[in-house]
Design a protein around this ligand. Structure first.
Ligand SMILES: Cc1ncc(COP(=O)(O)O)c(C=O)c1O
Length: 376
């Protein structure tokens, strides 16, 4: 078994990285922890797939081969216990455009889109992009984790949204919804005739080894290997849509809008589905260790609180009124870029991506500690 070394710091500057080459950092020595990609090298099998294309020397339009369809089908069955049909698959360049197309197909300016907040920003922004009403209800803290306020959820469903955008596991906050919670969500959405559009991109990034991801098996469910295997940006995801009419309605919103998948994304996804578990077996313990370090240090700070994540590498860190004002900006001025809670409709929080070498995380923690101590 190969063990990957995620302590290795690889310079990502000048690679057109959205994270590292942000124009706002131009003359600054910044530690960036915003957007969700990892500062870790990808698996050898993926590198080999890319090398193979390079050596072949030709690109061009590509088809999604049956081998990729079968690989995705097998993973969904083995890892998420959902037995799906190949005909249910629609391959798309990314989940965000998939969500927009699904909302365009099933919501309308009369009814609108429902989501729990705080949430990954495209989930709430999509309403504005399409000109449809946005309905929200809050995530609440219960028994040391973030979950739905089910009373508020039902009240929001009563307003008649036709689409519920479900982030499963949840970003930010890292909730892995239990089988009971998933059942409750399904029952309520059925009762109020609301289509569930589920995004399961974080399903493999399980931080709490005691919990298990439950796939909601909804009308439209999105899966991708890009987040867990650090190939975000390359494109490639699959929508599983069991009902033929629903599938066609979705596809109609993609025709002419979605590009074909690139050869790179197809070969990389194939390699990802086929690869050994070595990379993931190195990644998860590393992320868990970073998570434990961050959680411990944050919860020792006055005015700062963080709940343990069940999944994702995106910490959701709360700050109290003493640190109010512009905590995110003070961190930024001190050299750490994290995202503002407002971006997720989340208020007095920041979101920090800890998928980085431990030495970088320690530096980020020191910056936060310095800013907090200076604010008291
Ligand atoms: C919940 C969620 N869905 C989708 C994405 C992005 O997916 P894609 O790059 O396939 O559009 C992200 C990226 O952070 C995410 O957190």
């Amino acid at each position: 078994m190969k063990k990957y070394d995620f302590n290795q710091v690889i310079d990502r500057k000048n690679t057109f990285s959205f994270k590292w080459d942000n124009v706002n950092y131009a003359d600054k020595d910044m530690l960036p922890m915003p957007v969700a990609d990892m500062d870790f090298p990808i698996a050898d099998e993926i590198l080999a797939a890319i090398d193979q294309i390079t050596n072949h020397k030709i690109l061009g339009y590509s088809i999604v081969p049956e081998s990729l369809q079968i690989a995705a089908q097998q993973k969904i069955k083995e890892d998420y216990a959902w037995d799906t049909d190949l005909a249910w698959q629609v391959w798309i360049p990314g989940i965000v455009p998939g969500i927009t197309a699904a909302c365009a197909a099933f919501s309308s300016p009369e009814d609108g889109i429902l989501t729990a907040v705080p949430v990954y920003h495209p989930f709430h922004l999509v309403a504005g992009w399409l000109g449809h009403p946005l309905h929200t209800f809050p995530m609440i803290e219960e028994s040391g984790r973030w979950t739905f306020d089910f009373v508020a959820f039902e009240n929001a469903l009563k307003k008649g949204p036709k689409v519920f955008l479900f982030c499963n596991p949840h970003n930010p906050g890292g909730t892995v919804f239990s089988a009971e919670e998933i059942h409750r969500i399904k029952v309520l959405c059925k009762q109020y005739d609301c289509t569930i559009i589920s995004d399961e991109i974080h399903a493999d990034l399980i931080i709490d080894p005691e919990v298990k991801h439950t796939c909601i098996q909804s009308e439209i469910s999105f899966f991708a290997t890009s987040k867990a295997y650090n190939t975000a940006g390359l494109g490639g995801a699959v929508a599983i849509i069991p009902d033929a009419a629903t599938r066609l309605a979705f596809q109609k919103k993609t025709f002419g809008f979605f590009p074909m998948l690139s050869r790179h994304s197809i070969e990389v996804m194939l390699a990802t589905y086929a690869m050994s578990s070595d990379w993931m077996d190195s990644l998860l313990p590393y992320l868990r260790s970073n998570h434990a370090l961050l959680l411990n240090r944050m919860n020792q700070l006055p005015g700062i609180s963080m709940l343990p994540l069940e999944a994702t590498y995106l910490a959701w860190i709360g700050f109290d009124s003493k640190l109010h004002g512009d905590f995110q900006k003070r961190l930024f001025d001190a050299g750490l870029h994290v995202l503002r809670g407002d971006q997720f409709l989340g208020g007095d929080f920041v979101r920090l991506n800890f998928a980085c070498p431990e030495v970088q995380l320690r530096k980020a923690i020191e910056i936060i500690e310095g800013v907090v101590h200076a604010s008291h």
